[in-house]
Design a protein around this ligand. Sequence first.
Ligand SMILES: [Zn+2]
Length: 455
Amino acid sequence: MTTTLVVNAAIVTVNGADDVIDPGWILIEDNFIDSLGPGQPSAAVIGRAESSIDCSGMAVMPGMVNAHTHLFQAFFRGLADDKPLLEWLKDCIWPGASHLDAETAYLAAKIGIVENLLGGATSIVDHQYVHADPLTSEAVCRAADDLGVRFVLARGWADRNYHEALTETADEIISRCRSLHAEWDGANHGLINVEIGPLIPWGCSDEAMRRVIDETRAWGRGTHHHCAETAVEVDMSLEERGVRHVPWLRDLGALGPDAQLVHSVWLDDEEIDIIAQTGSIVVHCPVSNMYLASGVPRIPEMLAAGVTVALASDGPGSNNRQDMFEAMKASILLQKVHHLEAMVLQPEDALAMACRGGAAALARSGDLGSIETGRRADLTFVDLRSPHIAPVHSVASALVFCATPQDVVHVMIDGSLVVKDGAIPGLDLEALLDEATDAAAELFSRAGIQSRLNR
Ligand SMILES: [Zn+2]
């Protein structure tokens, strides 16, 4: 048994009451938060602690959940800064992705996971849909295993209308998902899980959809879908199937608390009602929605309807960072300017999306997403003593509007420090950056894509 005592912290609990305990202490025993309280801990608590972390000048918040990314795109940043979604896919993502091999994917995933960890995200959902090399998903799980992040691999697929090298048959999808699940679900002491991620409505047939939904439910896992990201895709669905995306998913039996609907930008009133009634989760990617000019999701209406909303960066090809502080800030600014209403969302709303909403997306509402007794010790420690943050009137506001990944001091997952003093212990970051840059250069040369990688 190991016990760590956190003292002198401004604890932003992100519990249902948005309590901030400042100053406060947290006792962590093994993987869990044993107890917490205001002021200084009692002599009895101090007596139980084997080690302590002095958090003077720091905030401690729940580890953030980056509920949707595509890690392989760490090698695709800045290749197409000026394109809407469908052109961006065809001109930039598909040609490179169809030449991605497993070892290149491993390095891209490693860089992407390091970025998430250093930026205070303790959990990542990777929507991994590149299978030109059938070992790519395993390689990505291996990167997550090596770095100790809490990780869901949402195994993506398309069985029609997609780039040939990235298309599989329904039989191939089911059998490959099964082997991936058998090998990786529950790995690294339960930190890694596998679910299925139908890639995109126009790339997925009804028949394959029904089969994968049955498959993932049989595992007790969820489904992760791109949904209503752009108006063009909703029009395509209306033209081909005569139905918008959310009713299509409902009719397939896909919806429920185990369904994560990424983007959900173009929803009508009925679709918001369906999502609320089924308890499905919306994953909001504000920076990507702005970057690709996709639109403004109706987040305040969703929250008012009782929909659980998680927050995410989306892939580094359409962001171009994986910065959950930026995602929190953008989630609020986008709605303020869209509604011309300064009070439309508050910092506490963004924290709830990044932490509790993310925990719901992981189907872990019971043990992740807030700092409370009995919860898993996934914590992010943020330095508030910097000129772009101090002096602090409101810690919640400082975290959402001022803090950046560079302010993250420590990151704890399941009670272990995976980031310590702003670095990942045992990782040679410079060597990783060199190796990744070489691998990216080789990838784009194989794919015949002109790039001028900066070494
Ligand atoms: Zn995406």
